[in-house]
Design a protein around this ligand. Sequence first.
Ligand SMILES: [Zn+2]
Length: 547
Amino acid sequence: MQPRKYVLLCAAALAILLPFGSMAEEKVDLYAIQRIRAEEREHSKVMDTLFYLSDVNGPRLTNTPNYFSAADWVVKQMKDLGLPAKAEKWGPFGRSWRVDKYYAAMSEPQYMPLIGFPLAWSGSTDGPITAEATIAAIYTEADMAKYKGKLKGKVVLATAPREIEQSTKPLSSRWSEAELADMEKYPEASERNQAAYRSRLPAPWQNLSRDELQTIRKKINEFFASEQVAAVLSYGYAGDDGTVFGSSAGSRETKDPVPPTSIVVTPEHYNRIYRLLSHNIPVKLDLDVKTEILEPQDSVNVIAEIPGAAKKDEIVMLGAHLDSWHGGTGATDNGAGSAVMIEAVRLLKTLNLRMERTVRLGLWGGEEEGLLGSKAYVKEHFGDPETMKLTSEHAKLDGYFNVDNGSGRIRGIYLQGNDMCRPIFEQWFSAFKDMDAKAITIRDTGGTDHLSFDAVGLPGFQFIQDELEYSTLTHHSNMDVYDHVSENDLKQAATIVAAFVYMTANRPEMLPRKPLPPPHPAPKHTEEEPSKGKPASGTADVAKPAK
Ligand SMILES: [Zn+2]
Protein backbone atom coordinates (compact mmCIF):
# COMPACT_ATOMS: atom_id res chain seq x y z
CA MET A 1 0.00 0.00 0.00
CA GLN A 2 1.20 3.46 -0.83
CA PRO A 3 1.91 5.99 1.90
CA ARG A 4 -1.05 8.33 1.82
CA LYS A 5 -1.26 11.89 2.83
CA TYR A 6 -4.55 13.64 2.54
CA VAL A 7 -4.48 17.37 2.39
CA LEU A 8 -7.50 19.47 3.02
CA LEU A 9 -7.38 22.12 0.40
CA CYS A 10 -8.88 25.51 0.78
CA ALA A 11 -10.41 24.53 4.06
CA ALA A 12 -10.03 27.98 5.51
CA ALA A 13 -11.42 29.72 2.46
CA LEU A 14 -14.36 27.34 2.32
CA ALA A 15 -15.15 27.85 5.96
CA ILE A 16 -15.50 31.56 5.33
CA LEU A 17 -17.54 31.16 2.16
CA LEU A 18 -19.93 28.52 3.34
CA PRO A 19 -22.40 28.97 6.12
CA PHE A 20 -22.76 26.35 8.82
CA GLY A 21 -20.83 23.57 7.18
CA SER A 22 -23.35 23.07 4.36
CA MET A 23 -20.56 21.56 2.32
CA ALA A 24 -18.32 18.69 3.25
CA GLU A 25 -14.60 19.05 2.90
CA GLU A 26 -13.29 16.80 0.17
CA LYS A 27 -10.12 14.82 0.52
CA VAL A 28 -7.78 15.81 -2.26
CA ASP A 29 -5.09 13.16 -2.36
CA LEU A 30 -2.14 15.26 -3.49
CA TYR A 31 0.27 12.35 -3.25
CA ALA A 32 -1.74 10.28 -5.71
CA ILE A 33 -2.17 13.31 -7.97
CA GLN A 34 1.57 13.93 -7.83
CA ARG A 35 2.19 10.41 -9.07
CA ILE A 36 -0.46 10.58 -11.77
CA ARG A 37 0.98 13.86 -13.06
CA ALA A 38 4.53 12.54 -13.11
CA GLU A 39 3.61 9.27 -14.82
CA GLU A 40 1.70 11.09 -17.56
CA ARG A 41 4.38 13.73 -18.01
CA GLU A 42 7.24 11.26 -18.22
CA HIS A 43 5.80 8.03 -19.60
CA SER A 44 2.66 8.96 -21.53
CA LYS A 45 1.33 6.45 -24.03
CA VAL A 46 -1.65 8.54 -25.07
CA MET A 47 -0.36 9.45 -28.56
CA ASP A 48 0.70 5.89 -29.16
CA THR A 49 -2.86 4.80 -28.37
CA LEU A 50 -4.23 7.48 -30.67
CA PHE A 51 -1.92 6.30 -33.46
CA TYR A 52 -3.27 2.75 -33.24
CA LEU A 53 -6.88 3.92 -33.05
CA SER A 54 -6.69 6.39 -35.94
CA ASP A 55 -3.74 5.69 -38.27
CA VAL A 56 -3.66 1.92 -37.90
CA ASN A 57 -7.31 0.96 -37.49
CA GLY A 58 -8.57 3.90 -39.56
CA PRO A 59 -12.04 5.40 -39.45
CA ARG A 60 -14.31 3.46 -37.10
CA LEU A 61 -17.80 3.80 -38.51
CA THR A 62 -19.91 1.51 -36.33
CA ASN A 63 -19.89 -2.10 -37.47
CA THR A 64 -17.29 -1.66 -40.16
CA PRO A 65 -14.42 -4.16 -39.99
CA ASN A 66 -12.27 -1.21 -38.82
CA TYR A 67 -14.58 -0.65 -35.87
CA PHE A 68 -14.41 -4.24 -34.77
CA SER A 69 -10.64 -4.40 -35.17
CA ALA A 70 -10.24 -1.23 -33.07
CA ALA A 71 -12.47 -2.77 -30.38
CA ASP A 72 -10.37 -5.95 -30.42
CA TRP A 73 -7.21 -3.85 -30.18
CA VAL A 74 -8.48 -2.05 -27.06
CA VAL A 75 -9.51 -5.34 -25.43
CA LYS A 76 -6.00 -6.65 -26.03
CA GLN A 77 -4.39 -3.51 -24.57
CA MET A 78 -6.50 -3.83 -21.44
CA LYS A 79 -5.71 -7.53 -21.09
CA ASP A 80 -2.02 -6.77 -21.54
CA LEU A 81 -2.37 -4.39 -18.59
CA GLY A 82 -3.69 -7.34 -16.62
CA LEU A 83 -7.32 -6.18 -16.56
CA PRO A 84 -10.45 -8.16 -17.29
CA ALA A 85 -11.78 -6.83 -20.61
CA LYS A 86 -14.33 -7.81 -23.22
CA ALA A 87 -16.31 -6.68 -26.22
CA GLU A 88 -19.91 -6.65 -24.99
CA LYS A 89 -22.61 -7.09 -27.62
CA TRP A 90 -25.56 -4.84 -28.32
CA GLY A 91 -27.81 -4.50 -31.30
CA PRO A 92 -29.22 -4.57 -33.83
CA PHE A 93 -27.41 -1.65 -35.45
CA GLY A 94 -28.41 -1.87 -39.11
CA ARG A 95 -26.17 -2.23 -42.12
CA SER A 96 -22.47 -2.91 -41.88
CA TRP A 97 -20.96 -0.92 -44.73
CA ARG A 98 -17.61 0.27 -45.95
CA VAL A 99 -15.93 2.20 -48.75
CA ASP A 100 -13.61 0.12 -50.91
CA LYS A 101 -12.88 2.72 -53.58
CA TYR A 102 -13.51 6.37 -54.36
CA TYR A 103 -12.55 8.20 -57.52
CA ALA A 104 -14.29 11.34 -58.69
CA ALA A 105 -13.17 13.99 -61.18
CA MET A 106 -14.64 16.49 -63.59
CA SER A 107 -13.55 15.40 -67.06
CA GLU A 108 -15.32 18.07 -69.18
CA PRO A 109 -14.95 20.95 -69.86
CA GLN A 110 -11.68 20.60 -67.87
CA TYR A 111 -10.05 17.99 -65.74
CA MET A 112 -10.44 18.63 -62.00
CA PRO A 113 -10.10 15.96 -59.32
CA LEU A 114 -12.82 16.27 -56.69
CA ILE A 115 -11.87 16.37 -53.01
CA GLY A 116 -14.53 14.36 -51.22
CA PHE A 117 -15.80 10.96 -50.16
CA PRO A 118 -18.94 8.80 -50.34
CA LEU A 119 -21.56 9.35 -47.63
CA ALA A 120 -22.31 6.47 -45.30
CA TRP A 121 -24.55 3.61 -46.37
CA SER A 122 -24.84 4.87 -49.97
CA GLY A 123 -24.46 2.67 -53.01
CA SER A 124 -21.80 2.08 -55.67
CA THR A 125 -21.50 3.22 -59.25
CA ASP A 126 -21.65 0.51 -61.88
CA GLY A 127 -17.85 0.41 -62.09
CA PRO A 128 -16.04 3.40 -63.66
CA ILE A 129 -18.59 5.65 -65.34
CA THR A 130 -18.72 8.99 -67.13
CA ALA A 131 -21.93 10.90 -66.55
CA GLU A 132 -23.40 14.31 -67.25
CA ALA A 133 -23.97 16.60 -64.29
CA THR A 134 -27.26 18.42 -63.92
CA ILE A 135 -28.87 20.85 -61.49
CA ALA A 136 -32.15 19.68 -60.01
CA ALA A 137 -33.30 21.61 -56.94
CA ILE A 138 -35.38 19.02 -55.12
CA TYR A 139 -36.73 19.74 -51.64
CA THR A 140 -40.44 18.89 -51.89
CA GLU A 141 -42.87 16.43 -53.48
CA ALA A 142 -43.71 19.08 -56.07
CA ASP A 143 -40.02 19.33 -57.02
CA MET A 144 -39.92 15.57 -57.50
CA ALA A 145 -42.91 15.71 -59.84
CA LYS A 146 -41.19 18.45 -61.84
CA TYR A 147 -38.04 16.39 -62.47
CA LYS A 148 -39.67 13.00 -62.93
CA GLY A 149 -38.20 11.15 -65.91
CA LYS A 150 -35.42 13.70 -66.46
CA LEU A 151 -32.56 12.46 -64.29
CA LYS A 152 -31.69 8.97 -65.48
CA GLY A 153 -27.92 8.40 -65.65
CA LYS A 154 -27.14 11.92 -64.46
CA VAL A 155 -25.11 13.20 -61.56
CA VAL A 156 -27.52 15.42 -59.67
CA LEU A 157 -26.62 18.66 -57.89
CA ALA A 158 -29.71 19.07 -55.75
CA THR A 159 -28.81 22.06 -53.62
CA ALA A 160 -27.88 25.67 -54.34
CA PRO A 161 -24.17 26.47 -54.17
CA ARG A 162 -22.68 27.60 -50.88
CA GLU A 163 -21.32 31.10 -50.67
CA ILE A 164 -17.76 30.93 -49.40
CA GLU A 165 -16.94 33.63 -46.94
CA GLN A 166 -13.44 34.92 -46.41
CA SER A 167 -12.26 33.51 -43.15
CA THR A 168 -11.14 36.19 -40.73
CA LYS A 169 -11.37 34.23 -37.49
CA PRO A 170 -8.69 31.92 -36.16
CA LEU A 171 -9.36 28.30 -37.02
CA SER A 172 -8.29 27.15 -33.59
CA SER A 173 -9.46 28.67 -30.33
CA ARG A 174 -9.34 28.17 -26.60
CA TRP A 175 -11.90 29.39 -24.10
CA SER A 176 -10.96 32.77 -22.68
CA GLU A 177 -11.34 33.42 -18.96
CA ALA A 178 -14.28 35.69 -19.74
CA GLU A 179 -16.02 33.01 -21.80
CA LEU A 180 -15.57 30.44 -19.05
CA ALA A 181 -16.88 32.89 -16.48
CA ASP A 182 -19.88 33.49 -18.72
CA MET A 183 -20.45 29.76 -19.01
CA GLU A 184 -20.49 29.47 -15.23
CA LYS A 185 -23.51 31.75 -15.06
CA TYR A 186 -26.83 30.00 -15.10
CA PRO A 187 -28.70 30.87 -18.34
CA GLU A 188 -29.01 28.31 -21.09
CA ALA A 189 -28.29 28.87 -24.74
CA SER A 190 -30.04 26.01 -26.40
CA GLU A 191 -32.68 27.80 -28.44
CA ARG A 192 -30.14 30.02 -30.09
CA ASN A 193 -28.11 27.07 -31.22
CA GLN A 194 -31.16 25.24 -32.52
CA ALA A 195 -32.19 28.38 -34.38
CA ALA A 196 -28.72 28.72 -35.88
CA TYR A 197 -28.84 25.12 -37.05
CA ARG A 198 -32.30 25.57 -38.57
CA SER A 199 -31.26 28.72 -40.39
CA ARG A 200 -28.61 26.78 -42.27
CA LEU A 201 -31.09 24.32 -43.72
CA PRO A 202 -32.51 25.09 -47.17
CA ALA A 203 -35.52 27.42 -46.86
CA PRO A 204 -38.19 24.80 -47.69
CA TRP A 205 -36.95 22.63 -44.81
CA GLN A 206 -36.52 25.21 -42.08
CA ASN A 207 -39.98 24.79 -40.57
CA LEU A 208 -40.15 21.01 -40.77
CA SER A 209 -40.05 18.86 -37.65
CA ARG A 210 -37.25 16.35 -37.29
CA ASP A 211 -39.55 13.52 -38.34
CA GLU A 212 -40.86 15.46 -41.34
CA LEU A 213 -37.30 16.24 -42.39
CA GLN A 214 -36.30 12.59 -42.19
CA THR A 215 -39.37 11.58 -44.16
CA ILE A 216 -38.78 14.01 -47.00
CA ARG A 217 -35.10 13.11 -47.21
CA LYS A 218 -36.02 9.46 -47.42
CA LYS A 219 -38.57 10.17 -50.14
CA ILE A 220 -36.02 12.16 -52.14
CA ASN A 221 -33.52 9.30 -51.88
CA GLU A 222 -36.20 6.88 -53.08
CA PHE A 223 -37.03 9.24 -55.94
CA PHE A 224 -33.37 9.41 -57.02
CA ALA A 225 -33.11 5.64 -56.85
CA SER A 226 -36.28 5.14 -58.91
CA GLU A 227 -35.06 7.70 -61.45
CA GLN A 228 -31.80 5.73 -61.67
CA VAL A 229 -29.55 8.74 -61.24
CA ALA A 230 -25.82 8.01 -61.62
CA ALA A 231 -25.01 9.77 -58.36
CA VAL A 232 -25.95 12.64 -56.08
CA LEU A 233 -23.35 15.31 -55.46
CA SER A 234 -23.40 17.58 -52.41
CA TYR A 235 -21.14 19.68 -50.22
CA GLY A 236 -20.78 19.40 -46.47
CA TYR A 237 -22.81 21.30 -43.92
CA ALA A 238 -19.66 23.17 -42.89
CA GLY A 239 -16.08 23.63 -43.97
CA ASP A 240 -14.31 24.84 -47.09
CA ASP A 241 -10.69 25.12 -48.26
CA GLY A 242 -10.76 21.43 -49.12
CA THR A 243 -12.12 20.38 -45.76
CA VAL A 244 -15.19 18.26 -46.37
CA PHE A 245 -17.72 17.62 -43.60
CA GLY A 246 -20.06 14.70 -44.17
CA SER A 247 -21.69 11.77 -42.49
CA SER A 248 -24.54 9.74 -43.98
CA ALA A 249 -26.64 9.75 -47.12
CA GLY A 250 -29.70 8.31 -45.44
CA SER A 251 -30.90 5.19 -43.73
CA ARG A 252 -28.70 2.34 -42.52
CA GLU A 253 -31.77 0.21 -41.74
CA THR A 254 -31.75 -3.12 -43.52
CA LYS A 255 -35.46 -2.70 -44.35
CA ASP A 256 -34.86 0.57 -46.25
CA PRO A 257 -33.52 0.84 -49.81
CA VAL A 258 -29.80 1.62 -50.12
CA PRO A 259 -29.41 5.35 -50.87
CA PRO A 260 -28.02 6.09 -54.35
CA THR A 261 -24.29 6.73 -54.83
CA SER A 262 -23.86 9.92 -52.80
CA ILE A 263 -20.68 11.94 -52.85
CA VAL A 264 -19.86 14.91 -50.68
CA VAL A 265 -17.19 17.27 -52.05
CA THR A 266 -15.55 20.50 -50.98
CA PRO A 267 -17.95 23.39 -51.68
CA GLU A 268 -15.46 25.13 -53.98
CA HIS A 269 -15.55 22.15 -56.36
CA TYR A 270 -19.32 21.88 -56.11
CA ASN A 271 -19.69 25.59 -56.79
CA ARG A 272 -17.48 25.48 -59.91
CA ILE A 273 -19.56 22.67 -61.40
CA TYR A 274 -22.75 24.52 -60.48
CA ARG A 275 -21.58 27.78 -62.07
CA LEU A 276 -20.59 26.00 -65.28
CA LEU A 277 -23.99 24.31 -65.51
CA SER A 278 -25.73 27.61 -64.73
CA HIS A 279 -23.97 29.07 -67.77
CA ASN A 280 -25.20 26.17 -69.90
CA ILE A 281 -21.70 24.76 -70.22
CA PRO A 282 -22.02 20.95 -70.12
CA VAL A 283 -20.10 19.18 -67.36
CA LYS A 284 -19.09 15.55 -67.36
CA LEU A 285 -17.86 13.66 -64.32
CA ASP A 286 -15.83 10.47 -64.11
CA LEU A 287 -16.83 8.41 -61.10
CA ASP A 288 -15.75 5.08 -59.71
CA VAL A 289 -17.26 4.41 -56.32
CA LYS A 290 -17.32 1.01 -54.70
CA THR A 291 -19.05 0.63 -51.38
CA GLU A 292 -19.79 -2.69 -49.81
CA ILE A 293 -22.69 -3.86 -47.70
CA LEU A 294 -21.56 -6.59 -45.35
CA GLU A 295 -23.52 -9.14 -43.37
CA PRO A 296 -25.47 -7.33 -40.65
CA GLN A 297 -24.31 -8.24 -37.16
CA ASP A 298 -24.66 -7.01 -33.61
CA SER A 299 -22.29 -4.26 -32.51
CA VAL A 300 -20.11 -4.11 -29.42
CA ASN A 301 -19.00 -1.81 -26.62
CA VAL A 302 -15.59 -2.37 -25.04
CA ILE A 303 -15.72 -2.88 -21.28
CA ALA A 304 -12.70 -3.27 -18.99
CA GLU A 305 -12.19 -2.75 -15.30
CA ILE A 306 -9.78 -2.33 -12.43
CA PRO A 307 -11.29 -4.31 -9.57
CA GLY A 308 -11.74 -2.28 -6.40
CA ALA A 309 -10.75 -3.10 -2.84
CA ALA A 310 -13.16 -2.75 0.09
CA LYS A 311 -16.13 -1.58 -2.00
CA LYS A 312 -15.51 -3.49 -5.18
CA ASP A 313 -19.23 -3.95 -5.92
CA GLU A 314 -19.55 -0.17 -6.30
CA ILE A 315 -18.55 1.12 -9.73
CA VAL A 316 -17.02 4.35 -11.03
CA MET A 317 -17.20 4.56 -14.82
CA LEU A 318 -15.25 6.52 -17.36
CA GLY A 319 -15.99 6.39 -21.05
CA ALA A 320 -15.93 7.79 -24.55
CA HIS A 321 -17.27 6.69 -27.89
CA LEU A 322 -14.99 4.52 -29.94
CA ASP A 323 -16.90 4.85 -33.20
CA SER A 324 -16.48 7.67 -35.70
CA TRP A 325 -17.58 8.87 -39.08
CA HIS A 326 -15.47 7.80 -42.02
CA GLY A 327 -14.31 10.92 -43.90
CA GLY A 328 -11.09 11.10 -41.87
CA THR A 329 -9.78 8.65 -39.29
CA GLY A 330 -11.92 9.75 -36.35
CA ALA A 331 -8.86 11.11 -34.54
CA THR A 332 -10.52 14.03 -32.73
CA ASP A 333 -14.02 12.54 -32.77
CA ASN A 334 -13.51 10.53 -30.79
CA GLY A 335 -10.13 8.79 -30.99
CA ALA A 336 -8.93 11.58 -28.71
CA GLY A 337 -11.54 10.91 -26.02
CA SER A 338 -11.03 7.15 -26.27
CA ALA A 339 -7.23 7.56 -26.02
CA VAL A 340 -7.64 9.82 -22.96
CA MET A 341 -9.85 7.28 -21.19
CA ILE A 342 -7.58 4.34 -22.08
CA GLU A 343 -4.64 6.39 -20.82
CA ALA A 344 -6.43 7.26 -17.57
CA VAL A 345 -7.00 3.54 -16.95
CA ARG A 346 -3.35 2.84 -17.79
CA LEU A 347 -2.21 5.50 -15.31
CA LEU A 348 -4.34 4.14 -12.46
CA LYS A 349 -3.36 0.55 -13.13
CA THR A 350 0.34 1.19 -13.75
CA LEU A 351 0.67 3.24 -10.56
CA ASN A 352 -1.17 0.50 -8.68
CA LEU A 353 -3.05 3.11 -6.69
CA ARG A 354 -5.40 1.63 -4.13
CA MET A 355 -9.00 2.30 -5.09
CA GLU A 356 -11.83 1.19 -2.84
CA ARG A 357 -14.38 1.04 -5.66
CA THR A 358 -14.08 -0.74 -8.99
CA VAL A 359 -13.17 1.50 -11.93
CA ARG A 360 -14.80 0.50 -15.20
CA LEU A 361 -14.00 1.73 -18.70
CA GLY A 362 -16.76 1.85 -21.33
CA LEU A 363 -15.93 2.63 -24.95
CA TRP A 364 -19.14 2.92 -26.90
CA GLY A 365 -20.22 2.09 -30.42
CA GLY A 366 -23.05 3.75 -32.33
CA GLU A 367 -22.68 7.13 -30.63
CA GLU A 368 -22.76 8.94 -33.94
CA GLU A 369 -26.07 7.31 -34.84
CA GLY A 370 -27.77 8.28 -31.59
CA LEU A 371 -25.81 7.19 -28.47
CA LEU A 372 -26.84 3.64 -29.34
CA GLY A 373 -24.08 1.70 -27.58
CA SER A 374 -24.22 3.59 -24.28
CA LYS A 375 -28.03 3.59 -24.29
CA ALA A 376 -28.06 -0.18 -24.77
CA TYR A 377 -25.49 -0.62 -21.99
CA VAL A 378 -27.42 1.56 -19.55
CA LYS A 379 -30.69 -0.19 -20.36
CA GLU A 380 -29.13 -3.59 -19.84
CA HIS A 381 -27.21 -2.77 -16.66
CA PHE A 382 -28.95 0.11 -14.90
CA GLY A 383 -32.45 0.82 -16.11
CA ASP A 384 -34.79 1.84 -18.89
CA PRO A 385 -35.61 5.57 -19.02
CA GLU A 386 -38.92 4.82 -20.72
CA THR A 387 -40.24 2.83 -17.78
CA MET A 388 -37.74 3.88 -15.10
CA LYS A 389 -37.61 0.23 -14.04
CA LEU A 390 -34.18 0.03 -12.47
CA THR A 391 -31.84 -2.91 -11.98
CA SER A 392 -29.96 -3.79 -8.82
CA GLU A 393 -26.77 -2.43 -10.42
CA HIS A 394 -28.34 1.04 -10.53
CA ALA A 395 -27.72 1.52 -6.81
CA LYS A 396 -24.06 0.60 -7.23
CA LEU A 397 -23.04 2.96 -10.04
CA ASP A 398 -21.30 5.88 -8.38
CA GLY A 399 -20.75 8.15 -11.36
CA TYR A 400 -19.79 8.31 -15.05
CA PHE A 401 -17.24 10.67 -16.64
CA ASN A 402 -17.16 11.24 -20.41
CA VAL A 403 -14.75 12.91 -22.86
CA ASP A 404 -16.05 13.66 -26.34
CA ASN A 405 -15.45 17.21 -27.52
CA GLY A 406 -12.33 16.81 -29.64
CA SER A 407 -8.72 17.00 -28.59
CA GLY A 408 -8.98 20.17 -26.49
CA ARG A 409 -7.82 20.13 -22.89
CA ILE A 410 -10.21 20.05 -19.96
CA ARG A 411 -11.21 23.52 -18.79
CA GLY A 412 -13.96 22.47 -16.39
CA ILE A 413 -17.05 20.31 -16.14
CA TYR A 414 -20.77 20.48 -16.87
CA LEU A 415 -22.76 19.67 -13.74
CA GLN A 416 -25.67 18.42 -15.84
CA GLY A 417 -28.03 20.11 -13.43
CA ASN A 418 -26.46 18.43 -10.38
CA ASP A 419 -25.61 21.35 -8.09
CA MET A 420 -24.69 19.00 -5.25
CA CYS A 421 -21.51 18.00 -7.09
CA ARG A 422 -20.31 21.59 -7.45
CA PRO A 423 -18.41 21.83 -4.15
CA ILE A 424 -16.89 18.40 -4.70
CA PHE A 425 -15.55 19.17 -8.16
CA GLU A 426 -14.44 22.66 -7.07
CA GLN A 427 -12.16 21.16 -4.48
CA TRP A 428 -10.83 18.51 -6.83
CA PHE A 429 -10.11 21.09 -9.51
CA SER A 430 -8.21 23.17 -6.94
CA ALA A 431 -5.31 20.76 -7.45
CA PHE A 432 -5.19 21.63 -11.17
CA LYS A 433 -5.04 25.43 -11.21
CA ASP A 434 -1.79 25.33 -13.17
CA MET A 435 -3.53 23.23 -15.83
CA ASP A 436 -6.24 25.82 -16.56
CA ALA A 437 -9.07 23.57 -15.44
CA LYS A 438 -11.58 24.99 -13.03
CA ALA A 439 -14.85 26.12 -14.63
CA ILE A 440 -17.97 24.50 -13.25
CA THR A 441 -21.25 25.17 -14.92
CA ILE A 442 -24.71 24.09 -13.88
CA ARG A 443 -25.55 23.90 -17.59
CA ASP A 444 -26.08 20.60 -19.20
CA THR A 445 -24.54 19.65 -22.47
CA GLY A 446 -26.00 17.36 -25.04
CA GLY A 447 -24.92 15.11 -27.79
CA THR A 448 -22.81 12.50 -26.10
CA ASP A 449 -22.90 9.39 -23.98
CA HIS A 450 -23.18 10.82 -20.46
CA LEU A 451 -26.80 11.55 -21.43
CA SER A 452 -27.58 7.84 -21.40
CA PHE A 453 -26.59 7.70 -17.72
CA ASP A 454 -28.22 10.99 -16.79
CA ALA A 455 -31.45 9.72 -18.36
CA VAL A 456 -31.90 7.12 -15.61
CA GLY A 457 -30.89 9.45 -12.80
CA LEU A 458 -27.24 8.42 -12.56
CA PRO A 459 -24.55 11.08 -12.11
CA GLY A 460 -23.12 11.44 -15.64
CA PHE A 461 -20.72 14.21 -16.59
CA GLN A 462 -18.99 15.57 -19.67
CA PHE A 463 -15.96 17.82 -19.21
CA ILE A 464 -15.72 21.31 -20.71
CA GLN A 465 -12.94 21.15 -23.30
CA ASP A 466 -11.17 23.73 -25.39
CA GLU A 467 -12.64 23.92 -28.85
CA LEU A 468 -9.35 24.02 -30.83
CA GLU A 469 -10.25 23.21 -34.47
CA TYR A 470 -13.20 20.99 -33.68
CA SER A 471 -16.05 22.84 -35.37
CA THR A 472 -13.89 24.63 -37.94
CA LEU A 473 -11.84 21.73 -39.28
CA THR A 474 -12.23 18.30 -37.81
CA HIS A 475 -15.70 17.39 -36.49
CA HIS A 476 -16.99 14.76 -38.96
CA SER A 477 -14.63 15.90 -41.71
CA ASN A 478 -11.95 14.42 -43.96
CA MET A 479 -9.41 16.30 -41.82
CA ASP A 480 -10.34 14.52 -38.61
CA VAL A 481 -6.89 12.97 -38.53
CA TYR A 482 -3.97 12.37 -36.16
CA ASP A 483 -2.15 15.57 -37.13
CA HIS A 484 -4.97 17.71 -35.74
CA VAL A 485 -4.74 16.24 -32.26
CA SER A 486 -2.84 18.17 -29.59
CA GLU A 487 -0.57 15.94 -27.53
CA ASN A 488 -0.26 18.30 -24.58
CA ASP A 489 -4.02 18.66 -24.39
CA LEU A 490 -4.57 14.90 -24.32
CA LYS A 491 -1.98 14.48 -21.58
CA GLN A 492 -3.65 17.16 -19.48
CA ALA A 493 -7.05 15.55 -19.96
CA ALA A 494 -5.80 12.06 -19.09
CA THR A 495 -4.19 13.41 -15.90
CA ILE A 496 -7.35 15.14 -14.73
CA VAL A 497 -9.67 12.28 -15.66
CA ALA A 498 -7.46 9.78 -13.82
CA ALA A 499 -7.46 12.01 -10.73
CA PHE A 500 -11.24 12.55 -10.81
CA VAL A 501 -11.89 8.84 -11.20
CA TYR A 502 -9.41 8.03 -8.43
CA MET A 503 -11.00 10.49 -6.02
CA THR A 504 -14.51 9.31 -6.87
CA ALA A 505 -13.43 5.72 -6.26
CA ASN A 506 -12.05 6.62 -2.81
CA ARG A 507 -14.68 9.08 -1.60
CA PRO A 508 -16.34 7.87 1.61
CA GLU A 509 -19.77 8.41 0.00
CA MET A 510 -20.86 7.92 -3.58
CA LEU A 511 -21.48 11.10 -5.60
CA PRO A 512 -24.81 12.75 -4.74
CA ARG A 513 -27.66 11.99 -7.13
CA LYS A 514 -30.43 14.16 -8.48
CA PRO A 515 -33.96 12.89 -7.79
CA LEU A 516 -34.96 10.14 -10.20
CA PRO A 517 -36.72 11.43 -13.31
CA PRO A 518 -40.18 10.12 -14.20
CA PRO A 519 -40.40 7.69 -17.15
CA HIS A 520 -39.51 9.56 -20.34
CA PRO A 521 -38.26 8.89 -23.88
CA ALA A 522 -34.61 7.82 -24.14
CA PRO A 523 -32.25 10.67 -25.08
CA LYS A 524 -32.19 11.25 -28.79
CA HIS A 525 -29.46 12.63 -30.88
CA THR A 526 -29.69 12.36 -34.58
CA GLU A 527 -27.77 13.64 -37.48
CA GLU A 528 -30.47 16.01 -38.58
CA GLU A 529 -30.92 17.82 -35.33
CA PRO A 530 -28.00 18.38 -33.01
CA SER A 531 -28.66 18.58 -29.32
CA LYS A 532 -28.53 21.81 -27.47
CA GLY A 533 -25.27 23.62 -27.30
CA LYS A 534 -23.82 22.00 -30.36
CA PRO A 535 -22.76 23.75 -33.50
CA ALA A 536 -24.85 23.52 -36.61
CA SER A 537 -22.57 20.90 -37.99
CA GLY A 538 -24.81 17.93 -37.54
CA THR A 539 -24.38 14.90 -35.42
CA ALA A 540 -22.80 15.10 -32.09
CA ASP A 541 -20.46 16.02 -29.50
CA VAL A 542 -19.81 19.70 -29.25
CA ALA A 543 -21.28 21.77 -26.54
CA LYS A 544 -20.51 25.38 -26.97
CA PRO A 545 -22.83 27.81 -25.29
CA ALA A 546 -23.55 30.94 -27.29
CA LYS A 547 -20.90 33.54 -26.79
ZN1 LIG B 1 -19.23 12.93 -33.66
